[in-house]
Design a protein around this ligand. Structure first.
Ligand SMILES: Nc1ncnc2c1ncn2[C@@H]1O[C@H](COP(=O)(O)OP(=O)(O)O)[C@@H](O)[C@H]1O
Ligand SMILES: CC(=O)OP(=O)(O)O
Ligand SMILES: [Mg+2]
Length: 396
């Protein structure tokens, strides 16, 4: 019987999952799917690695703890793949705080430490931890492992991680942590396989999805990134503001008389592409819309992305390679070409046909900067980390 790991990637609206066979050196995807608890009738959909429907079910009513759908997933796995081979559940946990620089087994104490970081990722941390608690309640003996979005950036040097506020706050953990690290780690690994000659060069990875951030990559390590203490900083996102004059927050508080909760809601849920366009947070919808608001939101998105890629290039001391990933980075050719056009002065040129087809290499012949489109796979990197941790601990 093969050993398996179930990976949960809890995002802001639904939970993506993948079931992996970890018997061999590289995990193999057995099935994947979606758990959506936010609908009136929560649903579970399971597909084969090729995307064919394997199983779907709906619950009649939402379940506050979310345990029902997890029981359904476990029942499906046991029926289809056997009862005793699920070795662990691996979770994407957005914030690991100052303490965690790699994957850890989730105990009650670890879960409580991570829950205390909720103010630093209010949109994500509760959604990441809810499945941990739900699974612990229905399967207390099942090993659960946390893999952190922050871990890949753990080695940021002081100038990159420091905010220009009094030092005592840095000592209390107020610093740049950075996120999307699981995605950056996966993409950095693919890039090293595709173009090993670039490992020692200066690369920027642009993860452009619902949340969006950049990573300055050198020798396979993150040396700078655009998200900060929280996943609000940096690029314009679906509903998040990205970098903003901190004076705006004071103004909203003092003159618009908004509470901290109202400001938090505004910056996490009502801003970004949604706030600027007044139409949608979804890039596909905006690109298809003829409205001025949609065009202006897209323009701001690409301007900020190009500006901050140049900022990452400054940390790197130049730019040899630019990689696009995430839902927008992988699929929106218009966005890739608009960003690259703005970066022409840095030597970025793309091949229009290669960009239209989203080929792996989209840089034009003679471009000073190599440009790639590399689909990310956060579930795979979590499966790899879980497999390594399970092997290092021996039998669980
Ligand atoms: N074909 C496409 N063209 C343009 N944008 C796309 C396309 N497919 C997905 N997207 C965009 O990708 C974003 C979601 O990215 P994704 O990485 O899947 O998000 P999440 O952060 O939820 O994992 C949305 O803005 C969506 O519109
Ligand atoms: C950290 C973060 O922004 O994640 P996501 O892109 O899934 O919202
Ligand atoms: Mg994502």
């Amino acid at each position: 019987m093969s050993d398996m790991v179930l990976v949960l990637n809890s995002g802001s609206s639904s939970i993506k999952f993948g079931l992996f066979d970890i018997s061999a050196a590289e995990p193999v995807l057995l099935c994947k799917g979606l758990l959506d608890e936010h609908e009136a009738r929560p649903r579970l959909a399971v597909k084969s690695p090729a995307g064919d429907d394997l199983f779907a079910t709906r619950r009649e009513a939402p379940d506050a703890g979310g345990g029902h759908l997890f029981a359904d997933v476990l029942a499906f796995i046991e029926e289809r793949f056997g009862a005793h081979s699920l070795r662990a559940v691996g979770h994407r946990i957005v914030h690991g705080g100052p303490d965690y620089s790699g994957p850890v087994v989730l105990t009650d104490d670890v879960t409580a430490t991570l829950a205390a970081l909720t103010p630093l990722a209010p949109l994500h941390q509760p959604r990441c931890l809810a499945p941990v608690r739900a699974l612990a309640a229905i399967r207390p003996a099942l090993t659960q492992i946390a893999c952190f979005d922050t871990a890949f950036h753990h080695g940021l040097a002081p100038p990159a991680r420091r905010f220009a506020i009094p030092r005592r706050y840095e000592q209390r953990g107020v610093r740049r942590y950075g996120f999307h690290g699981l995605s950056f780690e996966y993409v950095a690994g693919r890039l090293a396989a595709i173009a090993p000659e670039l490992i020692a060069k200066r690369s920027v990875i642009a993860h452009l999805g619902n949340g969006a951030s950049l990573c300055a990559l050198h020798h396979g390590r993150s040396i700078d990134t655009t998200m900060g203490l929280t996943p609000l900083d940096g690029l314009v996102m679906g509903t998040r503001c990205g970098s903003i004059d901190p004076g705006v927050l004071l103004y909203l508080q003092q003159h618009e008389k908004m509470s901290a909760e109202e400001i938090q809601h505004l910056l996490y849920h009502e801003s970004g592409l949604l706030g600027v366009s007044g139409i949608s947070a979804d890039m596909r919808t905006l690109l298809a819309s003829g409205e001025v608001g949609a065009r202006e939101a897209v323009e701001l998105f690409t301007l900020r992305a190009a500006q901050q890629i140049a900022m990452m290039a400054t940390t790197l001391g130049g730019l040899d390679c630019l990689v696009f990933t995430g839902g927008i980075g992988e699929h929106a050719k218009e966005i890739r070409s608009a960003i690259c056009e703005r970066l022409g002065w840095l030597g970025v040129r793309i091949d229009a046909a290669a960009n239209d087809d989203a080929r792996e290499r989209i840089g034009a012949g003679g471009s000073a900067v190599d440009v790639f489109v590399i689909p990310t796979d956060e579930e795979m990197i979590i499966a790899r980390h879980c497999a390594a941790l399970i092997r290092s601990r021996g039998a669980t």
